[in-house]
Every structure is written in C-alpha cells, then in structure tokens.
Design a binder for this molecule. Sequence first.
Ligand SMILES: [Zn+2]
Length: 394
Amino acid sequence: MKCMKRIALESEWKEEDHPRDSDGIFVEKPALDAPSEMKSFRNEIFADYDEYYRGRINAKKKELDVTEKNIKEKDEKWLLNRKKRLEREIKEYEDSLDLMNKSKEFYDNPELIDIKYGTSTHKEGHQGFKSGITKNKAPFDFFPAPDKYTGHRGLTITPKNSGGKGMIPLSEYDEKMKGVTIIKNSVGKNAPDGVKDSVNRVMSVWNMLSDEDRDGVDVLKINYGSEKINKKHSVGGWKIRETLDLRDIGERDIMIQEPSHISVLLNEESDTEYDAIHTMVHEVTHRRYERMKKDKPDVVKKFHERVISLGRDGAPTAYAESKWDDLETVKSDNSDGSEQALKNIAMAEESISNEYHSEFISGLTTPWGIGWYSKPRMEKMNNINTILKETLYG
Ligand SMILES: [Zn+2]
C-alpha cells in the first residue's frame, strides 16, 4: 500500500498550490514544500543524461581548442590524428544528445504513465552509491554456502570474525543492514573510460530511487567483461532473497541466505552508457513489481491477467515475447499435473507480465534509437499503458 501512494500519474501532479507573492506572481516554493516525493523518474534520467553529454562535449571541445593551437605551432601527424579523433568523439556525443531529444518527443504525451520516486534520504556511501557499503564494512561475514544443502549457490551469514561459525537470525540481519546495500563493483580504475561512464550512469539511477526501493536490495553487483562471457549471463538480473534455516534438517546451527540482488553486467565491446541505464531501470522495475505484489496482490493479479490476455502479439519487445517460448518449455517439462508442476507453470506465466512491465517502464524511461518507436510498437506500448493506468498505476 505504502508504495502505491508514492506513484501517481503525471497528469495528476499539477502546480495548483504553487505559492504566489502579494502581487499574485509565482514565487519559489519553500524547500519544505518542494515536491521531493514526486520526482519524475523519466525527467530525472533525461536530465542526468543531458548533463552528462553536455559535460563530455564541453570537455572534448576544450581539448580540441588546445590541439588546434598546438597544430599552428607544429604541424605534426599525431596532433592531426588527435584532432580527427576529438572531432569524431564530439560528433558522437552530439548525435547521442540529439537522439535523446528526438526520443523525448515520444514521451511528451500526457497520457503516458510516469514513475514517481519517493523520499530519498540515504547518504552517499561507497564509491558515491547511496546507502552503499563494501562487503568488508558489513557487520557480518559471508561465506559461500555448501551446495549439497541448497542445490544452488547461497551464502552463510555469520557473526563478524567467527570464521564462518554461528548463526545470525534474519531479524538481526535486517536490523543491522537497514538502509545499507553492499556494493560489489568489479569495474576498477583501469577499466576503459566508456565502462566507467556506464557505472556512473548506473549509480545515477540507483541514487534517484527512494529509500524504500534501495532498502529491499541486499547487494548491488556491477560486473563487466567481454561480450562472449556476458552473453552467457545475460545483461542484468533481479533476484529476490531466499533463506534456508539448516536447523530444520538437524545440521549445523547456521542460516543460509541468498541475498536479494540487482546485477548489471556491462559488455566492454558493445555497451553504451545508455544501455547501462536501460538495464538498470529494467532491473529496478522488477524490484518494484516484487514490492507491489506484496502490497497490492489483487491489483497485480488483475494486471497479470490482462497482460496474458494481450497474448504474445502484445509483447512490447522481442525479449518480452521470448517469455512465451519459455512458458511452452516449462509446460512441456512439467506435464505430470503435480502440485510442483502447476506451481512452475504459474511462475513461468507470471514472469511474462513481470517482463512486460519492466520492458515497458525501461522502454519509456530511457532513450532508444528512433527506429524503436515504430507505429506497431507504439500501439503495443499504448495498450500496456492503458492496462497499467487501470491497474498498477491507477
Ligand atoms: Zn527482466
């Protein structure tokens, strides 16, 4: 319930209460009245993107000026090459800015829903990430969980410096980790500039969220590697928290937990800063959906049913459409009618509506190439928009 209050249609947010001075002229709103709870996610992202590209263009132009002056003094080949490179880079940044402004036109439709993020009071922590700490600073130790118990990777959460022994009740974990997210960023100082820029864009999105959104994420992981490696692992992910208390099976007095996490995987060959924003928004939207399921299960159910009735043809992207193929696979692998089989099928079906939601929000929050806004796609987007307005964001 709480989170739903924070979300509103853009058209509902009017400046009617804008204070006026005695002459009836609009004045600056006092800081306390500032609509900090109603920041438009889309506008924030576009403003951040705009600032980033303008900053880049200015810096490159300054460099170009210096290079041109040097060329006047000594006409050397390496200087001419540098001039060419700078001109090319400036053009690329200008094109990106232009693309953003063009794609922005598609969002100027007041009928389109926008996400508003709520109160954000977390302080900037590790590497500038709000609420971020390193694993070493966490008040617990984390050891890999024995696979024989869980069948999948997990972590044992143990008291600090206990050598992996002892158990932490989940309530204690939550109490001490409230307002804290472990940042695991594998992008180091020696990474290419483009990859470091992508990390900054991911951080911008993270820092725009409300406290409530960040609180639900135990770990934020950012990795990068070659396209070949990352293709295997997709481009990002959202994982809910899972716990397993091994006392149930009479084993060691220990609790195994797989922390909830958002992961963003950057491909060093092909990813742009914009791809990183898109992935991040997509995953953050999964987190939001998870919260809505808890807060408003009936409304989420309604949304789910209506998305399913749109069918495969209503998918906003090829990725969202691929979830229908996954459903077919799960159905053929789970044909025995058992309780578990039905559960697996329901989960696969649910991931369809979950992905339609994430693809819609990330598609309408980050700039795409103009080809993306084809008429058939925009019709699909509008259909989902209508359903969202009548359910999750109504
Ligand atoms: Zn997804």
